[in-house]
Design a protein around this ligand. Structure first.
Ligand code: NAD
Length: 371
């Protein structure tokens, strides 16, 4: 079967869905791997690297004849219309917000798998793009804050005096938040964190950070481990509880997300107004709507009281080689998992992973939530 890896069309996207070394592994599995000219350039891979790995370099047109297309960001509707009937597509698709796109897959009879919908199960961890990428984004959010703020992170005792360690507050302690805590600790910061899921407290403590206790009543998580949405009253209690910690922090990193919904708005203008001049906020939810009042995706906004809100959060592209290595491994593992030596790659909707992530098949949208 033929696999096609297009170049990413969003200008800030530097990742590539398949690295040359995974292209070689896919060839061994029996795939013909076809990569669009310059698809790997942003991640540091030349066309020649793919050719050396046994792949072909092709033009964008190749999508018309591919059996399987793998990319990072959602494709255009135009591109979906070009696809072969019955072909397979795998990428991030943001299906809760991209109903027209999902409809295009169904209308053109393309079987589309959404990386966001891979179940958070032990067996599926090897193909869990949300985790592999959030881990890197969490790491890089701290580096970005550290290089934006005009202070140093660790404590330094020198003959010229003592510099206190920075205070970092991490809000939302999923995959990204845990890595942000670990990274800030490694750089010598004093770290505090909060999450609405009570199970997180132990994880925060095990990283040597302090868990901020805020009584907001009953909270919980779904069977997949995602946070449940709070009531407006609970959000208000949370904001009150966090205001003082924010005011005392040099860096605030927000990573709070709700699966299938807009991220909660957690940091208000008043809370920012009470923060110290020169403090930095990183809003890792900026692209999907933002946790922070005034944050803008793709920009660094400076408030009147001199607080910088970082919303240019395509951090995976800042570490595009590492991010592509992991993304590509997730794609490879997906394909390999569903490839049978004799019969090749097959769609099996009885399989819990495929059942979870395939959003269109046989011309139908499989999930009411995406219609
Ligand atoms: P996510 O990106 O959906 O959300 C990030 C964090 O924001 C979560 O910890 C969430 O609880 C938190 N949050 C939501 N509302 C908040 C609020 N008002 N205030 C503060 N924090 C808030 O989460 P994620 O990183 O994708 O992880 C989701 C779950 O999946 C976790 O339970 C994680 O342990 C689990 N997980 C499981 C596997 C696996 O077993 N394969 C892999 C990765 C993650």
């Amino acid at each position: 079967k033929t696999l096609f890896v297009p170049s990413e069309k969003y200008s800030k996207e530097l990742r590539v869905a398949i690295t040359p070394s995974d292209a070689a592994k896919l060839s061994k599995l029996g795939w013909s791997v076809n990569v669009e000219t310059n698809a790997g350039t942003g991640a540091g891979f030349a066309d020649a690297d793919y050719v050396n790995a046994g792949a072909n370099i092709v033009s964008a047109d190749f999508e018309k004849q591919a059996d399987f297309v793998a990319c990072v960001r959602k494709p255009s509707i135009e591109s979906i219309k070009n696809r072969k009937q019955g072909s397979f597509h795998l990428s991030l698709l943001d299906p809760f917000n991209e109903k027209e796109l999902i409809k295009a897959f169904a209308d053109n009879n393309v079987t589309a798998a959404s990386f966001e919908m891979i179940p958070r199960s032990t067996i599926a961890q090897k193909m869990d793009v949300l985790s592999s990428q959030a881990n890197l984004a969490g790491y890089y959010s701290v580096l970005k804050a550290a290089t934006t703020i005009n202070k140093i992170m660790p404590m330094m005792m020198t003959p010229a005096g003592t510099i206190s360690p920075l205070k970092v507050f991490v809000i939302g302690v999923g995959v990204a938040g845990l890595q942000a805590i670990a990274t800030a600790k490694r750089l010598g910061a004093r770290v505090e964190a909060f999450d609405t899921r009570p199970v997180v407290e132990e994880q925060v403590k095990s990283l040597g950070a302090k868990f901020v206790k805020i009584d907001i009543g009953e909270t919980g998580q779904t069977a997949q481990g995602y946070a449940k949405a709070l009531t407006p009253e609970q959000i208000e209690l949370q904001q009150k509880g966090m205001a003082k910690v924010c005011a005392q922090s040099d860096i605030v990193i927000t990573t709070a997300k709700l699966f299938g919904r807009k991220p909660p708005r957690l940091i208000t203008e008043e809370m920012i107004a009470a923060m110290k001049r020169g403090s930095v906020i990183v809003d890792l939810a900026a692209e999907s709507g933002g946790n922070v009042a005034g944050s803008k995706f793709g920009e660094i906004v400076e408030t009147e009281n001199g607080v910088k809100i970082i919303g240019d959060t395509t951090f995976e592209s800042d570490v595009s080689a590492s991010a592509s290595q992991m993304y590509s491994a997730n794609v490879y593992n997906f394909i390999e998992h569903f490839t049978n030596k004799e019969t090749g790659f097959a769609v099996n909707l009885e399989d819990p992973i495929m059942n979870g992530c395939i959003v269109t098949s046989n011309g139908e949208i499989r999930d009411e939530r995406f219609k």
